[in-house]
Design a protein around this ligand. Structure first.
Ligand code: ADP
Ligand code: MG
Length: 246
């Protein structure tokens, strides 16, 4: 297992946002976590990536206990993420955004006499190519369309060469067309890089089209887990979630 989450809990002022959650993700799998707003999905992601310290339970990545480690250490082990809200440097160019991410993950062997714009140029351009932004390298991050900003975030996340990528609502706020493009992009990158992917998503069409495993959260707990076909027919899921969603 690439990721093992065992009995993880997170409490905010006595409120159990994540209440004894178990999730396992095998290498190379594409797994979705779904559930209504407030189910605890983002909180669980924050516990996995070290942006929050869980109040209980254990998180293992590639067999190592990473529970409570700082986010940069977990990232260095090979876990990357994107956020539900856009998280880029809006005043830097697309190239500079990705280059900064590459630089921060490869400090070794840096030659002080190389102008900074040449550092990791090839790697940065390759990442831009991969996320479909090669033509936007000189554009200023904050001026990009929403869909492009999300692609840029993906490029930034990939700069750390992760084994496990967590995407928190990668298509939130996108048009239907942007959603389809983004999902195709994510699927292709996951396959090419043999990434393990864990994502949350509100669009059920997206979830059922690309996820191999689906975990359903409701009020901090897992209420169902299985293949898309198993989850689709689960009566509890239909009752608390799918029946109310689209
Ligand atoms: P989801 O991502 O599934 O929509 P969240 O993990 O964002 O759910 O939130 C789960 C619950 O925890 C919500 O009720 C939310 O209000 C609460 N919550 C999340 N973060 C905090 C926080 N930092 N402080 C207090 N309550 C929080
Ligand atoms: Mg969320």
């Amino acid at each position: 297992m690439v990721l093992e989450v065992r009995e993880v809990r997170k409490v905010f002022d006595g409120f159990l946002a994540v209440d004894g959650v178990n999730v396992t993700v095998a290498g190379g799998d594409i797994c979705a976590i779904i559930g209504p707003n407030g189910a605890g999905k983002t909180t669980l992601f924050n516990c996995i990536t070290g942006h929050l310290v869980p109040d209980g339970g254990v998180i293992r990545f590639k067999g190592h206990d990473i529970t409570g480690w700082p986010a940069h250490e977990i990232c260095r082990q090979g876990v990357a993420r994107s956020f539900q809200r856009i998280n880029i440097f809006p005043r830097l160019t697309v190239f500079e955004n990705v280059q900064a991410a590459v630089l921060s993950h490869r400090r070794r062997g840096r030659d002080l006499f190389t102008p900074v714009e040449r550092l990791y140029r090839e790697e940065t351009l390759a990442l831009l190519e991969q996320v479909g932004l090669a033509g936007e390298a000189e554009a200023v991050g904050g001026t990009l369309s929403y869909g492009y900003q999300k692609q840029l975030e993906l490029g930034i996340a990939l700069a750390s060469r992760p084994d496990l990528l967590l995407l928190d609502e990668p298509t939130a706020g996108m048009s239907g067309q942007e959603t389809r493009m983004t999902i195709a992009l994510i699927e292709r990158i996951a396959r090419e890089r043999r990434l393990t992917l864990l994502f949350t998503e509100h669009d059920m069409d997206v979830v059922f089209s690309i996820a191999q495993r689906i975990t359903v959260m409701h009020q901090g707990r897992i209420i169902a887990e299985g293949s898309p076909d198993e989850v689709r027919i689960d009566s509890e899921v239909r009752r608390v979630y799918l029946g109310k969603a689209k």
